[in-house]
Design a protein around this ligand. Sequence first.
Ligand SMILES: *Cc1c(COP(=O)(O)O)cnc(C)c1O
Length: 357
Amino acid sequence: MKKHNYSAGPCVLPQEVFQEASKAVIDFNGIGMSILEISHRSKEFIAVMDEACDLALELLNLKDKGYKAMFLQGGASLQFLMVPYNLLKEGGKAAYVNTGAWSGKAMKEAKLLGEVQEIASSKQANFNYIPKGYVVPSDVDYVHLTSNNTIFGTQIKEFPKTSVPMVCDMSSDIFSRVIDFTQFDLIYAGAQKNLGPAGATLVVIKEDLIGQSGRTIPAFLDYKTHLEAESMYNTPPVYAVYVSLLNLRHMKKLGGVAAMQKRNEEKAALLYNEIDRNPLFEGTAAVEDRSPMNATFLLKDESLKETFDKMVKEANISGINGHRSVGGYRASMYNALSIESVQALVDCMVALEKKIK
Ligand SMILES: *Cc1c(COP(=O)(O)O)cnc(C)c1O
C-alpha cells in the first residue's frame, strides 16, 4: 500500500508523474527507445530541456522579464559556491542572512572568495524564527537568503527591500507559493524537494548579472558556460530533468503555483491547528514564521514517543522523524503530499490524546 510520505527530500511526487515517468523508461514518446538510452543532443531530449526551462519561468511568472532558467548539477550545495564565484567581485563583500544549517553552509563557501557580512541571524535561538528589521548594506555585491528552512521549519514571508542583487535558495519551497519573483536576481533550488528527482538543480538568473565578478571562473562553475550551452555543456542529468518537466506540466495543469499555494495552505492549517490544539504536542518554530512546507513539532512528554511512533507506523505514515539538530518530528508537506496524508497524521495525534486519557 502506498505510504503517506513525509520525507524531507527526496520526497513525494505526484503519482501521475511516477506513472508517466516509468513509461518513458521503456519507450519514450513512442520512439522505440528509452529516455535513458537516447542522446542528450537528440531533438527529443533538447525539446525536453527547452520545455522544462520555459515552463519553470512560466510558473514563476518570469517569462520575458530578462530571466533565464538552467538545469545544472551538484545540487543546491554547488550553488553555495557558484553564487559567490559569479557574483562576488574580487575584494568585494556579500551579505548573508543566517536562518539555518543551509544558510550556514552557503556562507562557508562564500568566505572562500571574499568578505561575508552576516547581517542577521537566529542562530542563538537554534534558528526557531526568521530575523526581521535588518538592513541590507548598499555596498555589497549581493544579499543571500534562504526562503524556507527545511530543517527548522521556518519560512521567510516578507523579503527585504533593497537595491542590491538578491539571491535566494528556494530549494524547499519553490513552486509552493505565489510571490513576486522579480524581486530576486538569482533563484536556485535542488530539484528533489518540490520539483523532481535528485540530480538536477534549477537556477533562474537575471541575464545582466552574468560576467560581473571579474574573476577567472572554472568553466563548469561559470553560469555563462551553462547559459550559452543551454544547460548542455556536459551531459545533463537527463532523467531528473525529464521527470521535473513532467511535474512542471502537472503543476500547470492543476492551476500553477497559485493552486499549489491553496493546497499547501489547507494542509498547513490542518496540521498546525492540531499541533496547537492538542495538549500533547508543541510546535518548535515561531508561529508567524512557520513553514507550510516543513512543520517541526515535539511531544511534550518524551515518554509517549514509542506509543506515538507505533501508531504512526500502523497508519502507514513514513518519514516524520525530526532532524537531529531539532529533535521531535518534522512533517514535510511538499506540493505533492495530499490532504488525506495530512489527515492521517492528524488522526494519529487525536488518537494518542484519546488513548492516554
Ligand atoms: C536540501 C537543501 C539544500 C541542499 O540541497 P542539495 O541539492 O542536496 O545540495 C540546500 N538548501 C536548502 C534550503 C535545502 O532544503
